[in-house]
Design a protein around this ligand. Structure first.
Ligand SMILES: NC(=O)c1ccc[n+]([C@@H]2O[C@H](COP(=O)([O-])OP(=O)(O)OC[C@H]3O[C@@H](n4cnc5c(N)ncnc54)[C@H](OP(=O)(O)O)[C@@H]3O)[C@@H](O)[C@H]2O)c1
Length: 243
C-alpha cells in the first residue's frame, strides 16, 4: 500500500515508539497527526521531521473522552477520515507488584492503556467499516502475551485487555476491509523506562530495541496490500528471554 497522503493518527506520538512510527510514516508520505498530553514533545518532534506533509500535532488525554473526541474531530476537519490509527499512548507505574501498588493506580492504568485505546478505535472504526478500508495498530507489549514480572500486575492486565480487544474487534470487522495488528514489543529504549522500579543503565538501554526498530516493522505492515493482515507480531531484543 502506498502511504502517500494516507491519514494517520498516532496517540502517544510525541515520544518513544509512537514518535518513531510518526517519523517513518510521515517520511513515507502520510499525513500524520501526533497526540499526547504534553504539547512540548509533540511540537519538538513535528519540527524535527522534514516530511512531504508536515506532521500535525494536537494534544489528547486518552483518559478523557471529550479530549479524545476533540483530537479526532480536529483530524477529520483538517485531513478527513483516519486511514491508519496507531494506539501507542501508554503508561506504567513504579510500584507494580500487588504488595506495593496503590489500588487507585489499577483504575488509572486501565483507563489509559486499555479503555483509552478502545475509545480511540471507537472514534475511527465506523468510517473505516463504511469505506471498507482501515488499519489499526495497537502497541501492546510482550506483557500483553505473558504476565511477566517486569511489567507488573496492572500493566500486564491492561496489555492483555488491549490484546484481547484488538483480536476480538479484528474478527468482527475482517469482512469489512478493516485490519487490526497487535504489536508486542519486548524492551525498547524509550522514556517509559524511567518509571522502572530499578534504574536502567545506559549500557542496557543501548543493548535493547530502539524505537526505529518497532517503526520499521510497523511501516512494513502499513505497506502491505489490503488483502494481507498481520494479526500479531512479537519483536524483542535478541538478548531478551522469550518463553
Ligand atoms: N518501551 C518499552 O519497553 C515498551 C515495551 C512494550 C510496549 N511498550 C508500549 O509502547 C507504548 C509507547 O511507550 P514508549 O515505550 O514509547 O514510552 P513513552 O515514550 O513514555 O511513550 C508513551 C507516550 O504515551 C503518552 N501518554 C501517556 N499517557 C497518556 C494519556 N493519558 N493520553 C495521551 N497520551 C498519553 C506520553 O505522552 P504524554 O506524557 O505527553 O501524554 C508518551 O508520549 C506504550 O503503550 C507502552 O506500554 C513499551
Amino acid at each position: 500500500m502506498n502511504l502517500k497522503d494516507k491519514v494517520v493518527a498516532i496517540t502517544g506520538g510525541g515520544t518513544g515508539i509512537g514518535a518513531g512510527i510518526a517519523r517513518e510514516l510521515a517520511m513515507a508520505g502520510a499525513k500524520v497527526t501526533v497526540g499526547g498530553r504534553r504539547e512540548a514533545p509533540l511540537k519538538e518532534l513535528a519540527s524535527s521531521i522534514d516530511s512531504p506533509n508536515p506532521v500535525r500535532t494536537h494534544t489528547i488525554d486518552v483518559a478523557d473522552n471529550d479530549s479524545i473526541e476533540a483530537f479526532f474531530q480536529d483530524i477529520r476537519a483538517s485531513d478527513g477520515d483516519v486511514d491508519i490509527l496507531v494506539n501507542s499512548a501508554g503508561i506504567n507505574i513504579a510500584k507494580r507488584t500487588m504488595a506495593d501498588m496503590d489500588p487507585d493506580e489499577w483504575d488509572r492504568v486501565l483507563r489509559i492503556n486499555a479503555t483509552g485505546a478502545y475509545r480511540c478505535i471507537h472514534q475511527v472504526i465506523g468510517a473505516m467499516r463504511d469505506r471498507h478500508d482501515g488499519l489499526i495498530i495497537n502497541i501492546s507489549s510482550v506483557a500483553g502475551k505473558r504476565a511477566i514480572t517486569l511489567g507488573g500486575v496492572v500493566y500486564c492486565a491492561s496489555k492483555f485487555a488491549m490484546t484481547a480487544m484488538g483480536t476480538a474487534v479484528a474478527n468482527e470487522v475482517r469482512h469489512e476491509g478493516v485490519r487490526i495488528t497487535n504489536v508486542y514489543p519486548g524492551e525498547v529504549n524509550t522514556p517509559i523506562l524511567d518509571n522502572r522500579p530499578v534504574p536502567v543503565s545506559d549500557e542496557h538501554k543501548e543493548s535493547i530495541l530502539q524505537p526505529e526498530d518497532i517503526a520499521s516493522v510497523v511501516l512494513s505492515i502499513c505497506q502491505l496490500p489490503p488483502r494481507a493482515c498481520v494479526p500479531e507480531i512479537v519483536i524483542k531484543p535478541t538478548t531478551q528471554e522469550w518463553v
